[in-house]
Design a protein around this ligand. Structure first.
Ligand SMILES: [Zn+2]
Length: 417
């Protein structure tokens, strides 16, 4: 397959005008400035006024719905009601999930994969419940790490829950497109005992470990003092536990204390960090996934990712689920940053949306660049604007955040727009 376009982004730094990518099997054979000789007269798919680039990477999604905010609600369900707080929102989601029929989880996961492909995303990390959605994950066309998400605050049932996770992750077969991960939900829903077991398992199996961390202002109150709005919410939804003891410290310091704050962990959100948390996080080598639109949806204060980037923390971009986002588009996540966080360049954003996500997901294949020998994971976006200034073109791409007109994974077209 030979693709041609007005622009080719070989990696976030390198933009070529009048570019081509030649794919043989599942790899890039050659790429660069188009010429007949270079391409041996092979017939090209000419994509015209577009930019061809490496497929985008979304290390944090919840595809199994409920898709109530941005998409069509599941059959029989209404859209989310206006909410006062995160806990108010979470209660609505929990109630909705308890009522959802098994086929709705399958349908929403399938829809999620299609939406990712339409947005040029070729690699996703999805927090899921494998037992109910295994067939959809097994047959998806996108590269993926399927994380088994678990909640249980009771330290006395940690072993039982851990055994369940180990059973569930065996329900789908790993291959070079499908990896498995473990995802304790958050420090306010999972005991230290279960965190430690899951981390040990991830380390031993060399698989990614993902958890929501420092997402909420109230999370700190619960973890440092053992009380507040989250405690009341846990009681209301039946997730509080008599045997759970608050650690008396912030989420980051808690993770460090129980030995989880190091690779292969990555931490989703990290919205509320003290200076001490930032120093500890930067030394840990763990990755952070920032979800800008979901962050805005819940009205959190400015995210400290620029400080983290300065300290060389690997910060990637995620979409979170459709319960707190209108779309599953990494370009739209970049756009939000461009509009609201001065001082971040389009090149930096493109790195966060590709290479940094791959690092968080512990991708081992050659991905994230369109160079010979790399895996042919490609997206192409329409770009009407003409400019010879690379940084300006990248900015236009992010600002317009179009849908992909062709998405390719391992040399196979998985979406045509
Ligand atoms: Zn999430």
């Amino acid at each position: 397959m030979l693709l041609r376009s007005k622009y080719l982004l070989i990696n976030p730094e390198t933009l070529v005008e009048n570019g081509f990518v030649c794919v043989k099997g599942d790899k890039i054979k050659s790429s660069g400035k188009f010429s007949e000789q270079e391409c041996n007269g092979e017939k090209a798919i000419d994509l015209g006024e577009t930019v061809i680039m490496p497929g985008l990477v979304n290390p944090h999604a919840h595809l199994e719905g409920p898709e109530t905010y941005g998409g069509t609600p599941p059959p029989g369900e209404k859209r989310l009601l206006p909410f006062q707080s995160f806990t108010d929102w979470a209660e609505q989601i929990i109630t909705m999930r308890q009522r959802m029929k098994p086929e709705v989880f399958i349908k929403t996961t399938d829809h999620g994969y299609a939406l990712l492909a339409a947005n040029g995303i070729t690699f996703v990390g999805d927090h899921s419940h494998i037992a109910r959605t295994k067939n959809i994950h097994a047959n998806a066309k996108i590269r993926r790490v399927v994380f088994e998400e678990v909640t249980d605050l009771n330290p006395l049932t940690a072993q039982q829950r851990f055994d369940e996770v180990r059973r569930n992750v065996k329900l789908i077969k790993k291959d070079k497109f499908l990896g498995i991960g473990v995802a304790p939900h958050a420090p306010y829903t999972v005991s230290a005992e279960l965190y430690k077991k899951l981390y040990g398992f991830a380390k031993q199996q060399n698989i990614p470990f993902s958890t929501h961390l420092s997402e909420l202002k109230e999370e700190r109150e619960l973890l440092t003092k053992g009380k507040g709005k989250i405690r009341a919410y846990l009681k209301r939804v039946g997730r509080d536990n008599y045997y759970w003891r608050h650690p008396g410290t912030t989420s980051i310091q808690y993770m460090a204390k129980i030995g989880v704050l190091r690779p292969p962990s990555f931490f989703v959100h990290c919205n509320y960090l003290s200076n001490k948390d930032i120093t500890i996080l930067a030394k840990s080598g763990a990755s952070v996934v920032f979800c800008p639109n979901s962050h805005y949806f819940f009205g959190h204060r400015n995210h400290p990712f620029r400080k983290l980037l300065k300290l060389k923390v690997n910060v990637a971009l995620g979409t979170d689920g459709l319960g707190s986002n209108e779309d599953l588009s990494i370009l739209k996540e970049m756009k939000f940053i461009l509009d609201h966080y001065p001082g971040v360049t389009p090149t930096q954003l493109l790195r966060m949306g590709t290479i940094n996500g791959l690092k968080a997901l512990k991708a081992t294949a050659k991905l994230g660049e369109l160079k010979p020998g790399y895996c042919a994971d490609i997206a192409a976006f329409p770009l009407k604007h003409k400019s010879t200034k690379p940084e300006h073109l990248k900015r236009v791409l992010i600002e317009t955040s179009p849908k992909s007109i062709i998405t390719v994974v391992a040399g196979k077209i998985i979406h045509r727009g």
